[in-house]
Design a protein around this ligand. Structure first.
Ligand code: UT7
Length: 458
């Protein structure tokens, strides 16, 4: 590629391939932009019709003339640069960048229904983002199966054998989700060695916000003493992984460190007289600080949702469709209800499917996974997912016995628990998978603390 002579480079793969592969991985656009700027290109012709590289180059290099042509032999119509720059640039230097690499094209979707399914590489994306700190907070009150058996027609034996749960924690009367979230967030920041002034955003994944309005995240931000961007994310039990996806994208595109918190007070929305749900859920919060780290790898992610049958797991009333009134209070439809068997089957199949999806895209086998942290709803669900994946059960971390199902808080609390138990070593490959109301599901892989691993090695 030359900025001084006008010529077509037919065999320019050495130049074209790094640029095109950079375009293929969106997060590397930044590197491609740097490369374009470094090369000092003044004119560029991309063999279209997509024109991704031409468009990126046009946005990157001041006074660059970029054109897209249908065929390599089509003459590009130059017009602007001479007029704009005031210099006679002579014949334009021409760089032909092929728009196909390994048979994969860059054409954008037309949206008219004729588009082929997106190629897998669209979602083969790992971000240079690491978890720099973890924190968790459980409210003080422990509720054992025996405690529940005293007030409900249930037994420790039934709860343990059907769910693996031994105990869960409940908030006190004066505690709310933001209180737990703030504690977990502070702990994660301290663990990362960062102050609140170092973060650029707070995401709180929750289905049990303090209020319908405002969101819980601004309350947490105020508790932490910051005015950075703060917003809630509701993807039920998959919320923390959705939060990781959003937060890591923010970090990778230059926002700076992001605090992602999963926090829940499910004891507030279950009917404590309904044994079919009351024994399952608990309260708690977990948090992770995401930071840019060139050596790190977060992703790929798989996120999905199917809202066709929300009543499988929901609080029917209390939202805009059915506001709370006397009839609601009488019927108790503002409490959480669940068709346990249906949710169970979906949880196993969706978590397995999502986990397989990310492993395939990451080109990893199950034996490459050092630790699996799944959503902690039921130990039988975790065991079934592990069995279907063919994963060594010893690599699955379980906290549901002590925490119950804490929805969006379960994965960050379990990750923190695993780290505290010495189950995470620098460089480990971690698989996360979640499933929840919506229905929603999510999975991702990440490398645990890669910078420390590099430091140890060198
Ligand atoms: O976090 C979001 C995702 N949530 C989940 O993934 C939860 C998914 N579902 C489950 O984990 C399981 O379906 C449950 C733990 C909720 C239920 O286990 P199950 O093996 O599917 O039991 P079941 O619903 O088939 O109920 C079996 C029996 C029923 O009695 P009958 O009809 O057979 O006489 C229930 O009434 O167990 C009864 N039962 C209980 N008995 C004692 C239900 N809850 C209780 C209880 N104690 N707490």
């Amino acid at each position: 590629m030359s900025g001084t002579t006008a010529r077509t480079i037919d065999g320019g793969r050495d130049t074209a391939d790094p640029l095109v592969s950079g375009i293929l991985a969106p997060v590397r656009c930044y590197e491609v932009q740097l490369r374009l700027a470094e090369l000092g290109i003044t004119h560029l012709v991309e063999v279209g019709p997509a024109g991704h590289l031409a468009g990126l180059a046009r946005r990157t290099v001041p006074d660059l003339e970029a054109r897209t042509v249908a065929q390599p032999d089509d003459p590009p119509a130059w017009s602007r640069s001479t007029a704009r720059s005031g210099h006679d640039l002579g014949p334009p230097p021409v760089t032909v960048v092929r728009r196909e690499t390994d048979g994969r094209t860059l054409a954008p979707p037309t949206g008219d229904g004729s588009d082929p399914p997106p190629p897998a590489w669209c979602r083969v994306m790992t971000l240079p983002v690491a978890i720099a700190g973890l924190g968790a907070h459980l409210p003080a009150r422990v509720v054992t199966n025996g405690d529940l058996a005293e007030v409900l027609d249930t037994s420790d034996e039934w709860i343990r054998s059907r769910t693996g749960i031994r105990e869960r924690h409940y908030v006190a009367a004066d505690e709310a989700t933001s209180d737990l979230a703030a504690h977990a967030g502070k702990a994660a920041l301290a663990d990362a060695g960062l102050g609140v002034e170092d973060i650029s955003a707070i995401i709180v994944a929750t289905t049990t916000p303090d209020h319908t309005v405002p969101g819980t995240a601004p309350l947490v931000a105020a508790r932490l003493g910051t005015e950075v961007a703060a917003f809630d994310l509701n993807a039920a039990c998959s919320g923390f992984l959705y939060g990781l996806r959003v937060g890591s994208a923010m970090v990778a595109t230059g926002e700076g460190p992001v605090l992602v918190i999963g926090a829940e007070t499910l004891s507030r929305i279950v009917d404590h007289n309904d044994r079919s749900v009351a024994v399952l859920f608990g309260d708690g919060a977990g948090a992770a600080v995401l930071v840019p780290d060139a050596g790190a790898s977060m992703g790929p992610f798989e996120l999905g949702a199917d809202g066709v049958e929300p009543s499988m797991l929901w609080t029917c009333a209390g939202g805009s469709r059915t506001p709370v009134d006397d009839a609601v209070l009488e019927a108790g439809t503002h409490f959480l209800t669940m068709r346990g068997g249906d949710v169970y089957r979906n949880a196993v199949s969706r978590m397995t499917q999502a986990a397989r999806g990310v492993l395939e895209r990451a080109q990893l086998g199950v034996d490459d996974i050092d630790l699996f942290v799944g959503h902690q709803a039921n130990v039988r669900i975790l065991d079934a997912v592990v069995a279907r994946l063919g994963l060594d059960p010893a690599r699955s971390h379980v906290t549901v016995d002590r925490h119950g199902n804490t929805s969006a808080a379960s994965i960050p609390m379990a990750l923190t628990d695993a780290r505290d138990a010495g189950r995470l070593s620098p460089g480990d490959t971690v698989l996360l998978a979640a499933f929840g109301a919506g229905l929603t599901w999510a999975a991702c892989v990440l490398t645990w603390n890669p910078t420390a691993a590099a430091g140890e090695g060198g």
